[in-house]
Design a protein around this ligand. Structure first.
Ligand SMILES: [Zn+2]
Length: 291
């Protein structure tokens, strides 16, 4: 890509340079000076263009390498990782390392976040985006991990009703908040179709096309229509108490996507039995790089 975007500049530069002797030959000294100025401008513009381009394309910091202990810990506590084959485990570890290097994880009340907390957060992100050819987490800069649940205004409250939150717009646009006990519980109980970490990162996947509306990124127009049809039918069933999808998925289209993605990631074989069309759609969506 980078080479292609440079090609017009190289051609312009060579053509302009090549025209100087021709102009000189016809004694067009003033024209030669103008051509010289154009060449200088073209070089400056190309360098400026290159700076802007490279700044956008390589913002990633080198990944953090996981230790043998980290990998052992993940095998013990992250069942999604444990189920992967050897090759996929390596990809998973890489993505966890890239996440930890690029997103700030802060644990409220601690100077430095615990390694386990970082692994839980990063694993949630990697699982939510797993299978997609792209896995950037939008403009996420920081994950704040609270020691308990919290209130709607983000204030700490042991009895708070919120255990995870992503923001859309405003000062907190680049921040996610997760409650540590809820985050850990999501991985401890790995067969209840619920996991707050995966849930919140599914919202980010939904948000990466600019809107948290239950329609995720990277869907073609035709697939969007199919998805909306499947979603409406399944939400109707949830509201009629005729579904294995957790009830929270019936509250809005955005929540439906996050709830059903978590269900698919945690209990794919159950979803396959209970709602085959929904399973097949998600299975195709999340396995794009394997087909
Ligand atoms: Zn949600």
């Amino acid at each position: 890509m980078k080479n292609k975007s440079f090609l017009p500049w190289i051609i312009l530069f060579l053509v302009t340079l090549g025209s100087i002797p021709v102009i000189l030959h016809y004694k067009g000294f003033t024209s030669a000076k103008i051509v010289g100025i154009i060449v200088v401008i073209a070089i400056v513009a190309a360098l400026w263009f290159w700076r802007i381009n490279t700044r956008k394309k390589s913002p990633r910091k080198p990944k953090v390498s996981l230790s043998v202990n980290d990998k052992h810990w993940m095998k013990e506590y992250i069942s999604f990782y444990k189920r992967l084959n050897k090759e996929d485990k390596l990809i998973f570890e890489d993505r966890v390392g890239i996440f930890i290097a690029n997103v700030t994880i802060s644990e409220i009340g601690k100077e430095k976040p615990e390694k386990e907390t970082c692994l839980y957060v990063a694993a949630s992100a990697v699982i939510a985006f797993w299978g997609l050819p792209y896995y950037n987490y939008g403009n996420l800069r920081e994950v704040l991990v609270y020691p308990s649940n919290f209130d709607m205004d983000n204030s700490l409250n042991k009895h708070g009703i919120v255990n995870g939150k992503v923001h859309h717009g405003g000062l907190m646009n680049n921040t996610m908040i997760l409650s540590l006990p809820a985050l850990v519980k999501g991985f401890q109980i790995d067969n209840d179709k619920k996991n707050v970490g995966i849930h919140e990162f599914s919202h980010l996947l939904d948000k990466s096309d600019g809107a948290i509306d239950g329609i995720p990124n990277y869907l073609g127009e035709e697939d969007k229509k199919i998805w909306v049809g499947l979603m409406r039918e399944a939400m109707e069933n949830i509201r009629n108490n005729d579904s294995t999808i957790p009830a929270y998925g019936g509250t809005s289209e955005a929540e439906f996507f996050a709830v059903v993605t978590t269900y698919y990631k945690e209990c794919p074989s159950l979803l396959k039995v209970k709602n085959r069309p929904l399973f097949e759609f998600l299975d195709e969506y999340f396995n794009q790089n394997k087909k």
